[in-house]
Design a protein around this ligand. Structure first.
Ligand code: RB5
Length: 146
């Protein structure tokens, strides 16, 4: 399991805490920035990070912006990406189990580091249940394909 992670200028502080947590947990990751003092537009970072999932280089991704919403809007425009903006444990769990989400978006101005790490932990460790949920994912993919 390898996680791609990136943020815009609202997120470097939270990302740094998350990276410490990933190291502690032994979760492999690719940190695509930005770092403290750097700026970027969230759609650019969403594109860069999601490309790692689409190429198969990473299995899942985490995107951090101020609210998590801009990142999720941008990420969900990319074919093959199912991004969920979550600030509670239940949603982070079931967006994997039922929606097969492959990108978790977090608002650095919404959730603290402790909760962000819990959200990532449950997101990474919850498998997609498949079955009846696969049919619904197929319908999302059909929408994506027009
Ligand atoms: C950047 O200031 C902020 O607008 C962005 O991080 C995000 O919250 C957008 O959804």
């Amino acid at each position: 399991m390898k996680l791609a992670i990136g943020c815009d200028h609202a997120g470097p502080e939270l990302k740094a805490e998350v990276l410490e947590y990933l190291k502690e947990k032994g979760i492999e990751y690719a940190d695509l920035g930005v770092g403290e003092g750097e700026k970027c537009d969230y759609p650019d970072k969403a594109q860069e990070v999601c490309a790692k999932v689409i190429s198969g280089e990473c299995d899942l991704a985490v995107l951090i912006c101020g609210t998590g919403i801009g990142m999720s809007m941008a990420a969900n425009k990319i074919k093959g990406i199912r991004a969920a903006c979550c600030s509670d444990y239940f949603s982070a769990k079931f967006t994997r189990a039922h929606n097969d989400a492959n990108v978790l978006c977090i608002g650095a101005r919404v959730v603290g580091a402790g909760l962000a790490c819990e959200l990532i932990d449950v997101f990474v460790n919850t498998p997609f249940e498949g079955g009846r949920h696969q049919r619904r994912i197929d319908k999302i993919t059909a929408l994506e394909n027009g």
